[in-house]
Design a protein around this ligand. Structure first.
Ligand code: ADP
Ligand code: TYD
Length: 204
């Protein structure tokens, strides 16, 4: 099973991934967790470029192809080989919906165009289930400030950028209702995890 978590920065993905991973391991699944951008050695090098404030004038299309390059490597080197094993589960902290939301919506490159190029980059590998943690940007900022987290290059973008990315997640959910589960990320971590577990129990 291939599971992805999506949502704007600070929406609670890492928190829910840690719980999901532990829960699946207890049930005997061979769980691999990875993240985007990054996950592979090449991907982590690309991640360093993407998050570096030095490249504040990076063109939107250059940014998109760097994310795609990292993803293509992750799929080939890590995701596909793991999924071939018995009782395998791969959990990704972001996948191609992030490009559709952030580059397609946030940077306004267009949702349809980005989805087409994503299919090429991933060789058409689609998650079995995608959890979208839906949260507004001010709430995310307040949570991260409370935790003492600093903003990286992307997080210094305007509030409008994240609200466009969030709207794109809503559009993606309308397009792919069977695969994507839209959850209210403002709920407590316990309530959210109960909803995630219920969905997984149905599908495993
Ligand atoms: P992401 O991986 O999406 O960036 P995190 O899981 O790191 O998000 O969460 C960002 C911050 O919000 C962390 O400080 C985390 O402890 C806190 N947090 C996560 N989930 C919740 C929640 N449901 N309610 C309140 N705070 C949360
Ligand atoms: P990261 O710190 O992993 O995100 P988070 O704060 O959600 O834990 O940083 C990844 C950043 O890259 C995040 O701002 C989302 C962005 N991103 C894109 O713009 N496009 C993409 O395709 C991906 C995978 C991430």
């Amino acid at each position: 099973m291939f599971i992805t978590f999506e949502g704007i920065d600070g929406s609670g993905k890492s928190t829910q991934i840690a719980r999901t991973e532990a829960w699946l391991r207890e049930r005997g699944y061979d769980v691999l967790v990875s993240r985007e951008p990054g996950g592979s050695l090449l991907g982590e090098a690309i991640r360093d470029i993407l998050l570096d404030p030095r490249w504040h004038n990076m063109a939107a299309k250059a940014e998109f192809f760097l994310y795609s390059a990292s993803r293509a490597q992750l799929v080939n080197e890590i995701v596909r080989p793991h999924l071939a094993k018995p009782k395998a589960v791969v959990i990704l902290d972001r996948y191609d919906d992030s490009s559709t939301a952030y580059q397609g919506g946030g940077r306004e490159l267009g949702i349809q165009t980005i989805e087409e190029i994503n299919r090429f980059a991933t060789g058409g590998l689609v998650p079995d289930i995608t959890f979208v943690l839906d949260l507004d940007w001010p709430t995310s900022c307040a949570r991260r400030a409370k935790a003492g987290m600093e903003n990286d290059r992307l997080e210094r973008n305007a509030h409008d950028f994240f609200e466009r990315a969030r709207a794109a997640y809503h559009e993606l959910h309308r397009r792919h209702p069977a695969r994507m589960i839209l959850l209210d990320g403002a709920q407590s971590a316990d309530v959210l995890f109960a909803q995630i577990k219920k969905e997984l129990e149905k599908r495993l």
